[in-house]
Ligand binder design. Structure first.
Ligand code: NHR
Ligand code: GAR
Length: 211
């Protein structure tokens, strides 16, 4: 059984989607823990109610990013993860932390990378007049939102969309591609081709087009 540790900062709906798919589809994996940098993250209650271990490492209690990341790594390592899953985790991680979990840490980012790295992706996509938007699952490297892409979903931008409406459409796509991506990892279905990731069993489509 592969051990997953999921890092959250808030609502945790992607974490929920992964916990539910793991149980419903019988993955060879267990969610060993859900860890938040915010004590008030709503997702902690869902995890605890499912009997999943939870932990909080409050970034406000540490004097530097290095000190926070050192404690976060100590806590995460305590759960012996095979895969670390960032699911709405909102703290930029230091190069020491990303190196420790190289090729075994995923993130979901609500844009079609490499467009719109960083925050406020939906506002920025609308301000640019983008006609499509989407979401990307990628491996985490030191450079923010630049690691190898596992899967992307494309959704239309509709006339009259505001950031909230677009975010909701993108979130529905997130809940489809993040569990799928994590499942591929726990099933060892992904392979590295240099710095890129390919699905090596039957060429499963790594993109999802929604309308
Ligand atoms: N860390 C590294 N090194 N590389 C990545 O690819 C990372 C990462 C940490 C988080 C998720 C993320 C995203 O999907 C992620 C990817 C937070 C910020 C940010 O600016 C940016 C990107 C992401 C998450 N955070 C502020 C900070 O000062 C705090 C914002 C807040 O607390 O609300 O860390 O885009
Ligand atoms: C998701 O839309 C995720 O893509 C995004 O935050 C939301 C978290 O929702 N992540 C980022 O913006 C990372 N910078 P959730 O807590 O319900 O999963």
């Amino acid at each position: 059984m592969k051990r997953l540790v999921i890092l959250i900062s808030g609502r945790g709906s992607n974490m929920e989607a992964i916990v539910q798919a793991c149980a419903a589809e019988g993955w060879p994996a267990t969610v060993a823990a859900v860890v938040s940098n915010r004590p008030d993250a709503a997702g902690l209650a869902f995890a605890a109610a499912r009997g999943i271990a939870t932990a909080v490492v409050d970034h406000k209690a540490y004097g530097s990013r290095e000190a926070f990341d050192a404690e976060l790594a100590r806590v995460v390592d305590g759960f012996s993860p095979d895969l670390v899953v960032l699911a709405g985790f909102m703290r930029i991680l230091t190069p020491g932390f990303t190196a420790r979990y190289a090729r075994r840490m995923l993130n979901i980012h609500p844009s079609l990378l490499p467009a719109f790295t960083g925050l406020h992706t939906h506002e920025r996509a609308l301000a640019m007049g983008c006609k499509v938007a989407g979401v990307t699952v990628h491996f985490v490297t030191a450079e923010l939102d630049h690691g190898a892409i596992v899967m992307q979903a494309v959704v239309p931008v509709q006339p009259g969309d505001d950031a909230q409406a677009l975010a909701a459409r993108v979130l529905a796509a997130e809940h489809r591609i993040y569990p799928q991506s994590v499942r591929w990892c726990v099933e060892d279905a992904l392979a590295w081709d240099g710095d890129a990731v390919v699905h090596h069993r039957g060429g499963a489509p790594q993109q999802l087009l929604l309308d």
